[in-house]
Design a protein around this ligand. Structure first.
Ligand code: 4NP
Length: 162
């Protein structure tokens, strides 16, 4: 089983969107026995809260549901996950400082490292929290194409090892 965790700041906008999209794709591909998905925030202010209403509405309009309630990513969580994917560089740095071993650090990457449309100047998922609805649409688009590429990569890696 490959365990993947998406991490943003609050775990109410970006990472729950990636979480919901990835679970949907995993279910659609029938690979739920191979890949498990989680999400968390590097900040703990929203722990226990459902995803932001705007993120939920954006997802629902496109036929996706956002799962769960916000969690705070802790150092102990590195043991639960194989891939810990940060939505932006600030979260990437927070996760790297939380990692206690080289093995844990190696699990941390930028989420959009898997986005086929990312460039060196555009490789983060921008925080939509203080902006308008178009920010949530942009986040969803990024999550949809990046999760599709990530899933293909994980399945490819798994097949080549077996
Ligand atoms: P997220 O968005 O990191 O994508 O969940 C945010 C949610 C809440 C806050 C910042 C970003 N906040 O400052 O409360």
């Amino acid at each position: 089983m490959i365990q993947v965790c998406f991490v943003c700041l609050g775990n109410i906008c970006r990472s729950p969107t990636a979480h919901g999209v990835m679970e949907h794709l995993v279910r659609e591909r029938g690979v739920g026995d191979l890949i498990a998905v989680g999400s968390a925030g590097t900040g703990g202010w929203h722990v226990g809260a459902r995803p932001d209403r705007r993120a939920q509405e954006t997802a629902l309009r496109r036929g996706f549901a956002l799962p769960g309630v916000a969690e705070h990513f802790m150092a102990a969580d590195f043991a639960r996950y194989d891939h810990v994917l940060a939505m932006d560089r600030s979260n990437l740095e927070s996760l790297r400082s939380l990692a206690r071993t080289r093995e844990e650090r190696a699990k941390v990457q930028l989420f959009r490292a898997y986005d086929p449309e990312a460039t060196p100047d555009d490789d983060e998922v921008p925080d939509p929290y203080y902006g308008g609805p178009e920010g949530f649409e942009l986040v969803f688009d990024m999550c949809e194409r990046t999760c599709a590429a990530l899933l293909a990569e994980l399945l490819r890696g798994r097949h080549s090892r077996s």
